[in-house]
Design a protein around this ligand. Sequence first.
Ligand code: HEC
Length: 199
Amino acid sequence: MSNENKSKNIIMNEEEQSLLLNHDYDGIEEFDYPLPSWWVGTFIGGVVFAAFYILYYSFAGGPSLQDEYNHKMAEVNKVREEQSKLVGKFQPDQYQAWIVNKDADEKALEVYEENCLSCHEEKGKGDIGPNLTDKYWKNLKKADAEEIYQFIIVGNEDAGMPAWGDVLSKEELFAAVKYVISIKNTNVPGKEAEGEVIE
Ligand code: HEC
């Protein structure tokens, strides 16, 4: 049966007639609707974009993933450096002013529990890290606020003590120092003494 013959039995408007494809599968016919323009537009846009993308990244020296990573890491390192310059120098006045604020004790405990407890244990009695409550110190000569502050910033990574200068803010470092000072010479039984006596 030809299209014309069929079309006689089905009510079709003129547009539909013109869209009817010239084939017939066991009586099933189909229209040839054009794809929606948004779809065609997106498709062509995608092809054009891909062409430029491949040209730029594969042939025209566009940055590789590694380049982008290096670039971002350079930025991160710059920020870190600036931060450690900021926290690097111990300012006794700032420290003294900070430790008398009303939330200082709470903050000190909080910072200790979040960052130090895992190695130095409850009340500083020591486990992976040394007992911080005896008068023996491995890394320090005076064990005053300034020296503790400087040590926490750089740590001793080879021996398992992380560097906190890039991790904690200045306030958090003050809090950690305050906590360490507060448990100094409390002689909590725990890890055996290491290092030299500092009276
Ligand atoms: C991953 C385990 C670990 C964490 C977490 C850790 N420490 Fe340590 N810490 C150590 C080890 C190990 C040492 C001993 C390093 C050495 O032998 O020189 C140490 C040493 C120290 C010392 C010097 C002790 C001495 O006798 O010289 C201080 C002070 C200290 N840590 C404070 C802190 C503070 C404050 C925090 C939290 C901000 C902290 N530590 C978090 C493992 C840790």
